[in-house]
Design a protein around this ligand. Sequence first.
Ligand code: LRH
Ligand code: MN
Ligand code: MN
Length: 388
Amino acid sequence: MTVIDDIAAELDQLAIEVPSWAYGNSGTRFKVFATPGTPRTVEEKIADAAMVNKLTGLAPSVALHIPWDKVDDYGNLASFAGEHGMKLGTINSNTFQDDDYKFGSLTHSDAAVRNKAIDHMYECIEVMNVTGSRDLKIWLADGSNYPGQADMRSRQDWLQDSLRKVYDRLGEDQRLVLEYKFFEPAFYHTDVPDWGTSYAHCLQLGEKALVCLDTGHHAPGTNIEFIVAQLIRLGKLGSFDFNSRFYADDDLIVGAADPFQLFRIMAEVVRGGGLDPSSGIALMLDQCHNLEEKIPGQIRSVLNVQEMTARALLIDRAALTAAQESGDVLGANAILMDAFYTDVRPGLAQWRESKGLPADPLAEYRASGYQDRINSERQGGQQAGWGA
Ligand code: LRH
Ligand code: MN
Ligand code: MN
């Protein structure tokens, strides 16, 4: 018996989507360090993602970013993924790397630029039609740097107008997830800075529009788990972009900077029924590995999510409710902390073994020889996308 036995059924539901760009080289505006074995093609990114899934049993789908992952035939790509036991997941749009978008994309004052951005979203929906992906992710770099530079109010109207056109193109089972971010690259105002703005637009659009919460996109000190609780309560949490941050949009390994925050977030996901696939909440990573090797970095990431999910599942809900309702402040806090401090790692190792997975996925990866093979096979790997 381990602490995991009682929560194994819920744990089995956990599925995390990994981002194709996590396998490419990335860095900061100061330097992108190349890592040996970096994929040269989308297929190689998918093969690496498949390795993460094979060793952890946790990551059965991979998100694409268009145009970083542009190919001629997405049907072929989906088959390739299928042969590797993977599905193609969320399609991430990109309206932030074209000169035309200097002053905005879906929010631009010029209808011609807005239409170009809308056409890009249509192109992404075409990709989804072929890959069978459910979600179109929209994150906008739109905003301004100086007070007076742009008419913030009109831009909200243009944004809703543009989003409506995109929304109307979605198929029956497709969804749009609108990601917010409080700053960067715009520094004075951002057109979708917070969950409230995303929520307002999604509400106006309809039920196929939902909020995407990137855990790195908030001001320091923000109570992110409150936002999670609220959006689940409103039925409007579509997806997560998991990562962790110390200062800005650091895109570090999820749970690395603040595992307690990840625990608190997962506690609200569990509380809201968000682990159940029927909740429609996609748990995705949006990370980059600037210094560390990418595949072990991704393995570490999905294991971190699993560990904090297991701890969240261990919260004694009945006791917690009783403590909360009787005004037992310290008792309630202690119940939460007991779950957080429970070491679930030995139990999870046994859980993995019971499923024919390696008890220690990172050690198994080292022993597999995969990294040595790709280091010698792949020369001149791709940059993840930034500055490309
Ligand atoms: C923006 C963002 C968004 C992009 C990704 C690469 O900061 O979080 O999700 O698509 O990074
Ligand atoms: Mn993101
Ligand atoms: Mn980000």
